[in-house]
Design a protein around this ligand. Structure first.
Ligand code: AMP
Ligand code: ZN
Length: 458
């Protein structure tokens, strides 16, 4: 079974699910006001590795939210709604912004071979659950009203800040003492924000307290509990969520239910640029499209992430990405050569069994991906026969998700994409003459199209 670092107890623990038949896991999803940068995506890669490792032993109900309202420019509830700002900047509605960046997010997510969650929940589609949770907190005496919203009183929750060490918590309380307006305590946070009286917001809803929108923290707790129950096995996110977002989630959820909210809190460290933290708001970030334009496959980036432990900071550089690209290509070409020699499938031989056990032990030791990768390299270069090697690569790649046995898809231009779409339509209309002409046109562009039962492939 998996051993994993639980931020709640600041130590590595054996993972034991509440229900032996299925694990429940909630991962904080993207705020869809801009492209995801490769730092954000490092967190989704680590979560994907966790899901794949858990699923080796037990089914997982994996849920992710889409934050399409309520995340303000400062995590501590100050500033403006990130979506409203993007809407002003791009001259599109907040709804269009959310849809566009959500689609783009999943395109990047898929290109990195991250498996889609079983449940994806948009905040804007779950407002009643959020209002209900705020009502419960109000009935239990945890809330108060200011001129701009309904706030949670953190001083009423004895265990506030248990995810952090004491010094960090004290720093948060005193550091923010400068000016916290009408809030009673620096750490209090908004559960429901009122729309401004002089302006109609694009995203706003009726509530028992007035027209407005939910706070970011209440969104995750309300949706997680709606789908996964009041006590979750796992809740994941990036390390930046420990101090505010997840701390607030614990206090509001446990105050409302009187039960433990999450049993294992698991956090991924940051990807940093040599200049410091990567941030969307600073406008200096690298996306998967940036990498593709420079000739890298998204899976080169995945390989780079696998080389570092998820709980250590990873400093991004194009030199290290070059190295990851070369290593992945060299591994793939070794595997392709072995594949040519393999004759049928390998049985479950001793050597194969032992290699699989060692590999699983590395993954189950707090996701030791760099060790798992080196075990894979050793096996591919080692004494086993070709059939055993291919069987092992298949097994390992179910965890690692590097497409080691497939040819990489070629990145194609927008023009070629349009021709492919036109050809798919021609085939649908049974216009085979046109479809052949378009195939020839694609071939002239270096793209070989095959028609398969799944449709055209290139
Ligand atoms: P956001 O879209 O800003 O809500 O963030 C989505 C996810 O990315 C969250 O789990 C964050 O904790 C995580 N995240 C943000 N910046 C980084 C970074 N530089 N490296 C790794 N994860 C990050
Ligand atoms: Zn969240």
């Amino acid at each position: 079974m998996l051993k994993i670092y639980n931020t709640l107890h600041h130590r590595k623990e054996e993972f034991k699910p509440l229900n032996a038949k299925e694990v429940t896991c909630y991962c904080c999803g993207p705020t869809v006001y801009n492209f995801a940068h490769i730092g954000n995506l490092r967190t989704y890669i680590f979560e994907d590795l966790l899901m794949r490792t858990l699923r080796y032993c037990i089914p997982v109900k994996h849920m992710m939210n889409i934050t399409d309202v309520g995340h303000l420019t400062s995590d501590a509830d100050a500033g403006e709604d990130k979506l409203a700002l993007a809407s002003e900047k791009e001259g599109k509605s907040a709804w269009e912004i959310a849809k566009f960046y959500e689609n783009k997010f999943f395109e990047d997510f898929d290109s990195l071979n991250c498996k889609r969650p079983n449940i994806v929940a948009r905040a804007t589609e779950h407002i009643p659950a959020m209002i209900n949770l705020v009502k419960t907190l109000e009935d239990k005496g945890y809330t108060y009203r200011t001129s701009d919203g309904i706030y949670y009183d953190t001083s009423k929750f004895a265990d506030y800040g248990i995810l952090m060490n004491k010094a960090h918590l004290e720093g948060l309380k005193t550091g923010a003492r400068v000016d916290f307006g009408e809030k009673k305590n620096a750490t209090d946070f908004a559960l429901w924000k009122f729309s401004p009286s002089d302006k109609k917001r694009q995203m706003e809803w009726e509530s028992p307290w007035g027209i407005g929108f939910p706070g970011w923290h209440i969104e995750c707790s309300a949706m997680a509990m709606q789908y996964l129950g009041e006590t979750l096995d796992i809740h994941c996110g990036g390390i930046d969520h420990v101090a505010i977002h997840h701390t607030n989630e614990i206090s509001q959820a446990e105050a409302a239910t009187g039960k433990q909210y999450v049993r294992y809190w698991i956090h991924g460290e940051f990807l940093v640029m040599s200049a410091g933290k990567m941030s969307k708001s600073a406008g200096t970030f690298v996306t998967i499209d940036t990498l593709k334009e420079k000739g890298y496959s998204p899976l080169d980036y995945r390989y780079l992430c696998l080389g570092a432990h998820y709980r250590t900071q990873l400093e991004f550089s194009y030199d290290s990405l070059d190295f990851a690209q070369k290593s992945r290509q060299s591994l793939k070409s070794k595997i392709a050569n072995i594949k040519k020699l393999a004759n049928g499938e390998s049985g479950e031989t001793e050597i194969l069994k032992e290699a699989k056990n060692n590999f699983v032990s590395a993954m189950e030791d707090d996701l030791n991906t760099s060790k798992a990768l080196s075990l894979l390299w050793d096996f591919v270069k080692g004494e086993a026969n070709a059939e055993e090697k291919i069987a092992f690569v298949k097994f390992a790649d179910d965890f690692l998700g590097l497409n080691l046995l497939e040819e990489d898809r070629k990145e194609i231009s927008e023009e070629a994409k349009a021709i492919l779409a036109e050809r798919a339509e021609a085939r649908k209309q049974k216009d085979f003459k046109k479809s052949d002409e378009l195939r020839a046109k694609l071939l002239a562009m270096g793209i070989v199209v095959k028609d398969t039962p799944r449709g055209q492939e290139y």
